[in-house]
Design a protein around this ligand. Structure first.
Ligand code: HEC
Ligand code: CU
Length: 334
């Protein structure tokens, strides 16, 4: 028991390792933008380490060299205003700040640049209390919560907000940038590897801010084209989904379509649900189970305080079951 405290450092290591999970770490950069930002983080870290080492070395030298010794009778000679020293310790920080500033300013401009060269894709990332909408003007589609992108392709992102200030942040792919109402900020990113990259709203925007998660899903370019084509086409003709799901669709059309579009049909007040059956989390953060889905639809405020979805607490159970069957059948990739 007495030595248990020695385990403490290991708990911290576990905590730190936990931070790197699910592609959510800026310290495990994926792609050119994250690489560039990581190298800037390293540069400032090295400069800080240099400053700390020099300052502490001087401090220790002075501490030992000029300490009071037995038999010292009077205070040392008092000096101030050494011109040479003043110049040195003003110049060194200026040089260090320049070394820091020049690559930072260059990167800031480079990262905001919209490059329309061939093959680049534009995505408008609209932030809403408390969800994300991804509009693909080149493909004329809208996706909710999950931003599919092709690998090794430059993705130009236009950031917009419909209400308050949010921030778009996908730590493993690119640093955060604000979504400000009335202003369009720009950034870009590129993912060399297929995978799911976790994104977060990085600006405190209201009670459900912490649940405003999203995903960037990088797939190979062919899969992306299939995805984009199917997102526009609404591939749910009779026969493609179960009869039970068709019943659910009628309930959806009567209650939900005005706010939730399927393909390009329906309203966009809430997330587009065309590929809802492929979501791995619901409402940004809930584990994808039928029970969670029903709970959210019956009482959205309970699960995401302050969000703009109305409650359907009185929906008969058989309608709810059919509706859930329909929602889970909404798939565009298989
Ligand atoms: C008045 C508009 C409106 C209506 C009607 C509406 N919703 Fe919503 N819904 C929203 C909004 C807004 C959100 C986003 C909430 C959030 O996450 O902040 C949402 C979110 C959702 C989500 C989570 C989506 C995701 O991508 O994870 C589901 C599922 C959902 N609604 C289902 C339904 C169903 C089923 C109905 C019909 C019974 C319905 N909604 C009716 C506005 C609406
Ligand atoms: Cu937000």
């Amino acid at each position: 028991m007495k030595y248990l405290w020695r385990l403490l450092p290991f708990t911290f290591i576990l905590l730190i390792v936990g931070c790197g999970q699910q592609n959510l770490s800026a310290l495990d950069p994926q792609g050119p933008v994250a690489d560039m930002q990581f190298s800037l983080i390293r540069l400032s870290l090295y400069i800080m380490i240099f400053v700390i080492v020099v300052v502490f070395a001087l401090y220790l030298i002075v501490l030992f060299k000029f300490r009071e010794r037995p038999g010292d009778t009077h205070i040392p000679k008092q000096v101030h205003g050494n011109k040479a020293l003043e110049v040195i310790w003003t110049t060194i920080p200026i040089i260090l700040l320049l070394i820091l500033a020049i690559p930072n300013v260059m990167a800031t401009f480079e990262l905001a640049e919209i490059d329309d060269s061939e093959g680049a894709i534009t995505i408008r990332a609209h932030a809403h209390l408390f969800w994300w909408e991804f509009e693909y003007p080149d493909h004329d589609i809208i996706a909710g919560q999950e931003m599919y992108i092709p690998t090794n392709t430059r993705i130009n992102i236009e950031l917009e907000s419909s209400d308050v200030i949010h921030a778009f942040w996908v730590p493993a792919l690119a640093g955060k940038q604000d979504n400000v109402p009335g202003i369009t900020n720009t950034m870009w990113l590129e993912a060399p590897n297929e995978g799911v990259y976790l994104g977060k709203c990085a600006e405190l925007c209201g009670p459900a801010h912490w649940q405003m998660d999203f995903k960037v899903i990088a797939v190979d370019p062919d899969t992306f084209e299939t995805w984009a084509a199917n997102m526009a086409e609404v591939p749910y003709e009779e026969g493609e989904i179960t009869e039970y799901a068709v019943e659910g669709r009628a309930i959806f059309e009567a209650n939900c379509l005005s706010c939730h579009a399927i393909g390009n049909e329906g309203g966009n007040f809430g997330p587009n649900l065309t590929n809802f059956g492929e979501r791995t989390v619901y409402a940004g953060y809930m584990e994808a189970t039928d029970e969670n889905l029903e709970n959210f639809i019956r009482d959205p405020q309970e699960w995401k305080p302050g969000n703009n979805m109305p409650a359907f607490s009185d929906m008969p159970q058989e309608d709810m079951d059919a509706l859930i069957e329909y929602l889970k059948s909404l798939k565009v990739l298989d």
